[in-house]
Design a protein around this ligand. Structure first.
Ligand SMILES: [Zn+2]
Length: 112
């Protein structure tokens, strides 16, 4: 990879009717992010903890945990945070997820 992920930023962010977020990056690349995927990888501390619990639970089938919502979520509000991230408020009431550009870009690079 020639360029650092930090050098990319979105020039256009659109909600897509197909259940995905569409981001046009400054290098011309277009990426689509399914809402359910974005919700699942929410980088906030609460969701990080839930994911850790789920990994632990996988090792111990007798433990039950609350799962991170991934079903049919929609963003109700999008806002840019500073010059580095996208804040997403979901229709399940969750609004603490801040997605840095570098993270979003890395998710897209993974699709290749
Ligand atoms: Zn979260």
């Amino acid at each position: 990879m020639a360029e650092s992920l930090e050098s990319y930023y979105p020039v256009e962010i659109q909600r897509n009717d197909g259940g995905a977020l569409r981001i046009l990056w400054n290098d011309g690349r277009v990426c689509f992010y399914e809402y359910s995927n974005l919700r699942r990888v929410c980088p906030c501390a609460t969701c990080g903890e839930l994911r850790t619990q789920q990994q632990e639970a996988a090792k111990n089938p007798f433990q039950t945990v609350t799962t991170v919502t991934t079903q049919d979520v929609q963003p109700v509000h999008l806002n840019t945070v500073g010059h580095y991230a996208l804040g997403i408020e979901w229709d399940d009431g969750h609004r603490t997820g801040i997605y840095p550009w570098a993270m979003l870009r890395a998710l897209c690079e993974d699709d290749d």
